[in-house]
Design a protein around this ligand. Structure first.
Ligand code: FEO
Ligand code: CA
Ligand code: CA
Ligand code: CA
Length: 681
């Protein structure tokens, strides 16, 4: 478990799927390929060619619409030498490639542009004008004048490492946090919007322009969709239940066809405390009964801005306290990066859980718009949202306020079903009566999305992280990072290892290639792990992983415009230092052949997460989150990137860590080919 993981909170009686069906396939059958005959060809290239599926740009949020007649053409070759595992404290990339660091934590981007202080002495006010910490999901929005060399980079800042963020670590003085430390931590969360451009030498830099913006865990936001105005989101700050403050623990991301950014609220529950009776919309998400994760609720001075993190019942009604403050978190938030004055909008129809990210299926004119999302906690679920309105070139974010939220059931026979979480759906209604779980209205269903998914019997998964939708076939790939709480009695065909320390990647194809369908077929793309416990395409009896591609705990995922499936890992510190896998890494895979090669290894104790490229595929943006994750106060376990060793190549001497050397910083890395070719090919 890394520092950001939270414990399982699914205590529903909703069984793992294997216990409610006679399993059609044993794990042994799965691994020896008996199912291979049934599914071989289902995902194969020949059939896809025949399907002539539409192509859509996976990398740009332009209003381009896929043509229904584009032939299936993406079958990439991986044109680089695999990078070996390493513990070097740098970014190791193939020979022929180069890398630069862009917008590390603390980079000034707005206001008075306060310079980054290497001793972490910047104030909270400084941090509000600087790039935040713990870079995660991101997207590149290109400007039409020069799309491959001028854009807005929008980056999530998931959480903070207090030992690194403050000069001497966090302080607690007679049970209270100094106000400016709290202000700095809140400001280091959220999102950065940064205008960037590439010069003639191929180097990217920040433009101190009018689009640059920080959105933080205190920025005012609007609540839209069915939950707007619900009693469940009324607070002292917003008695009408239409607004809330901040977005927390922004993990993966999404983008829309109309050119906006979606940020996703993941492990927000731990930031709150409730010392009174926990309502179900707190308990099912793991709101703490002791103290908030960083004790923001204790900030000296007791400003409303901070005490709102204490969700205990204090007043006579919800309008007198912050009992409902946690209900303002757990959503998908839409941000218009091209309008610096726009207010971020929580799109509540898309459900409330620990959203890892939000992945768009290639939109089709005249059809609903579809987004996939995973709930990253042990034994939680996979969801999709289907808009009610049909896609047209002039739609905007309001299309996200009405639609159907579904949760996935993976049957053991390789089929699956999407179950509507809709108070007017007959099956949902019948199941909620039979289980004695009642919802007042659709707002209640959405605020309690996890409970609604329990009710319909969704399949408990091994911590769903990122998804990626293939731009042509519309197959969906999703990482299931690991699950220490599954065991032999709770395995099922879709989650076949218990415990599952290494994770796997599952994929599914919607019926008729229609992303809005309610039925699908699925198989497993890779069982990750060491050479002795891993397999590519197990249902097709594929090979084990080798030294060129062993990995564990897959997390970030993206399919680029050439059809390369990029896989990023989030192994815990101990899995990195004691396992055979080295530091966290990024691999490239061909989704059809199962060929897979390690492309990049990150610095020590970092996670590799967040990926996007320019439309031409020549500048690949990748985030290194929390290098030196296990640092103590002024005792660092990485010095990247200020150690001066931004990147290196296989065969070079490993870069070692100096515990009293440079303070580590999360940063975006821009990777390109020295011959100016397309990355990965
Ligand atoms: Fe923030 Fe599930 O990773
Ligand atoms: Ca993380
Ligand atoms: Ca993640
Ligand atoms: Ca993770």
């Amino acid at each position: 478990m890394n520092d950001n993981d939270i414990a399982e909170s699914n205590h529903s009686d909703n069984p793992h799927f294997s216990t409610i069906l006679v399993k059609r396939l044993s794990r042994r059958q799965m691994l020896t390929g008996s199912l291979g005959v049934a599914v071989a060809g289902m995902f194969g290239l020949p059939e896809l060619t025949g399907q002539a599926e539409a192509a859509a740009s996976a990398s740009t949020a332009t209003k381009s619409v896929p043509s229904p007649n584009t032939p299936f053409t993406l079958n990439p070759t991986l044109g680089f030498e695999a990078v070996p595992v390493t513990r070097s404290d740098t970014v190791t990339i193939p020979v022929g490639y180069k890398a630069q660091v862009l917008i590390p934590w603390g980079t000034p981007i707005t206001g008075n542009y306060p310079a980054y202080a290497p001793d972490a002495s910047n104030s909270g006010v400084d941090q509000e004008q600087q790039v935040g910490a713990h870079h995660d999901g991101m997207y590149y929005f290109s400007f039409e004048d020069n799309p491959n060399a001028h854009g807005l980079l929008v980056v999530n800042h998931e959480y903070v490492d207090q030992n690194v963020l403050h000069t001497n670590g966090p302080s607690l003085i007679t049970g209270q946090r100094p106000e400016d430390e709290v202000r700095k931590e809140i400001a280091a969360h959220g999102i950065s919007i940064v205008e960037i451009s590439k010069d003639s030498a191929g180097n990217w830099q920040v433009i101190n322009g009018r689009y640059n913006r920080r959105i933080t865990a205190s920025t005012p936001m609007e609540i839209r969709g069915p939950v707007r105005g619900s009693d469940l989101v009324k607070t002292k700050y917003s008695p009408a239940g239409t607004e809330t403050r901040g977005t927390i623990n922004n993990c993966g991301n999404g983008y829309t066809p109309w050119g906006t950014y979606l940020t996703c609220e993941e492990n927000w529950a731990g930031y709150f405390v409730n010392r009174t009776e926990l309502a179900r919309e707190h308990s099912r998400y793991g709101v703490s009964t002791n103290n908030g994760r960083y004790r923001w609720e204790t900030a000296q001075g007791g400003a409303d801005e901070y005490i709102r993190f204490d969700a205990s019942v204090k007043g006579g009604s919800a309008n007198e306290d912050y009992r409902n403050e946690p209900n303002g978190q757990g959503w998908i938030v839409e941000i218009d990066p091209f309008n610096p004055n726009s207010k971020p909008i929580k799109r509540t129809a898309m459900g409330r859980f620990a959203h890892e990210g939000c992945w768009l299926a290639p939109p089709q004119l005249g059809q609903p718009v579809v987004f996939y999302s995973g709930d990253d906690s042990q034994n939680e679920y996979i969801y999709k949202f289907v808009t009610k309105a049909r896609y047209r070139k002039d739609v905007n974010g309001d299309i996200l306020d009405e639609g159907t939220l579904y949760v996935a059931r993976f049957n053991d026979d390789g089929t699956g079903k999407w179950l509507a979480l809709d108070i007017n759906d007959p099956y949902f209604h019948a199941m909620s009566i039979s289980k004695g779980v009642f919802f007042m209205d659709q707002a209640d269903v959405l605020v309690n999305t996890r409970l609604a998914a329990d009710v319909v019997g969704a399949t408990k998964m091994d911590r769903p992280e990122w998804g990626a939708v293939h731009p042509q076939s519309r197959e969906v790939y999703m990482t299931l990072t690991n699950n220490s709480s599954r065991n032999a009695a709770t395995i099922d065909a879709a989650n076949p290892r218990g415990p599952n320390p290494y994770g796997h990647i599952i994929r599914w194809r919607e019926e008729g290639h229609r992303s809005w369908a309610t039925k699908f077929t699925w198989d497993i793309f890779i069982l990750a792990g060491p050479e002795a416990d891993s397999q590519v395409l197990p249902q097709q009896n594929g090979p084990a992983l080798t030294q060129d591609n062993i990995f564990a705990s897959p997390d970030g995922l993206w399919i680029d415009q050439n059809g390369i499936l990029w896989i990023q890992t989030d192994m815990s510190g101990s899995q990195q230092s004691s396992g055979p896998f080295g530091n966290n890494q990024m691999l490239a895979a061909n989704p059809f052949t199962g060929e897979i090669k390690r492309f990049l290894v990150g610095a020590q104790d970092c996670e590799v997460t967040g990926i996007v490229s320019t439309p031409d595929g020549k500048s690949l943006f990748v985030n290194l989150q929390h290098p030196g994750d296990r640092s103590g106060v002024n005792n660092f376990t990485s010095n990247w990137p200020d150690n001066g060793k931004v990147f290196g190549h296989p065969g070079e001497q490993a870069v070692t860590v100096n515990p009293s050397g440079a303070r580590p910083r999360s940063a975006t890395v821009v990777i390109s080919r020295k011959d100016d070719g397309v990355v990965g090919m």
